[in-house]
Design a protein. Structure first.
Length: 316
């Protein structure tokens, strides 16, 4: 419940593919209230559907605060979103993202552009939504601005290199999606049990296998998630977390080498995302003898607020 004493400055929307999160933000980016539902951009089609979803999650807030500016990030700005907003090119900072914002048709909503990294040598990389979380992380933790590596674990994990407050380059690892596909749609999932409890020892064993024997190749190593079960070397309840550890371990093996090659080995390392997932990545990083990372929760509200200020939507 928002009290009458609270003065709202911005309605921030983190509108991903499968979910919608709304934040009523006050002065300085204080979160006055938040809501979420499953009306992600991929579940909607057409301007009326997006407008109805906005009213459904925040209609009462907007009625109570006439003229409240609205800023959205995420897949809402994709080809399948409310409006296709062109990507901002790396390197970029908050000012560059603010300059690339566009308004949605049929409503006074500004949409943050995603980001594109394309050096012309390797295939391009893309993000939508994570750039706002990175902006938020830099606002909440100024020590990250000079030089840092920011990791956002998830379905499509992002590793981002920051220098002088600008996102210089980033790399995507489809770790979460690979796990879901392999568990649900491959032979590996047939023996996996589900005890509901995290088998930490199995996860660590998978991370260690990637760390120590990653040179054998991930496509070879993941078959162990079946053979360990077939031979009785591991119980069914361990196999899913062993596979998860293998995939995360291979991500860290590549990501840490990529970070070090960029000269950021001594720079701060931050994890941004859900507490449970970041804790597992922190555990995996210990197995690589990496420095303890800075753990940040959802930084999207702080990012949305700062971008709104950079765009001149709000002043405080």
């Amino acid at each position: 419940m928002v009290s009458h004493a609270d003065s709202a400055s911005l309605l921030g929307l983190d509108w991903g593919s499968s979910s919608l999160r709304a934040f009523l933000l006050g002065s300085g980016g204080k979160v006055l209230a938040e809501r979420s539902n499953s009306q992600g951009a991929s579940t909607l089609s057409g301007v009326p559907a997006f407008a109805d979803a906005l009213q459904g999650i925040a209609g009462d807030w907007l009625a109570a605060h006439p003229g409240l500016p609205i800023l959205a990030c995420g897949m809402i700005g994709s080809q399948h979103g409310w409006r296709d907003v062109p990507y901002a090119a790396c390197p970029a900072d908050a000012a560059a993202l603010a300059a690339g914002m566009l308004s949605s048709p049929g409503a006074e909503i500004s949409i943050v552009p995603g980001m594109l990294y394309d050096d012309g040598a390797l295939p391009p990389d893309l993000m939508r939504g994570e750039e706002t979380q990175i902006v938020g992380a830099l606002q909440l933790q100024p020590a990250l601005r000079e030089a840092s590596c920011i990791v956002l674990p998830g379905t499509h994990s992002k590793w981002a290199q920051v220098n002088d407050g600008r996102l210089r380059r980033f790399a995507t690892h489809m770790t979460g999606e690979l796990f879901a596909v392999l568990r649900s749609h491959s032979v590996l999932g047939r023996l996996m049990g589900d005890s509901g409890a995290f088998a930490e020892h199995a996860f660590v064993a998978g991370v260690d296998a990637a760390r120590d024997c990653g040179h054998l190749g991930m496509s070879h190593q993941i078959f162990a998630a079946r053979t360990l079960g077939v031979t009785g070397r591991a119980p069914a309840s361990d196999l899913a977390d062993y596979l998860s550890g293998l995939l995360v371990g291979h991500e860290l093996r590549a990501g840490l080498a990529w970070r070090d090659a960029a000269g950021l080995a001594q720079a701060p390392l931050a994890l941004v995302g859900s507490h449970v997932l970041c804790q597992r990545y922190a555990l995996a990083l210990q197995r690589f003898q990496a420095e303890p990372p800075l753990l940040l929760d959802n930084t999207a509200p702080a990012g949305l607020y700062h971008l709104a200020r950079a765009a001149g939507m709000i002043k405080d």
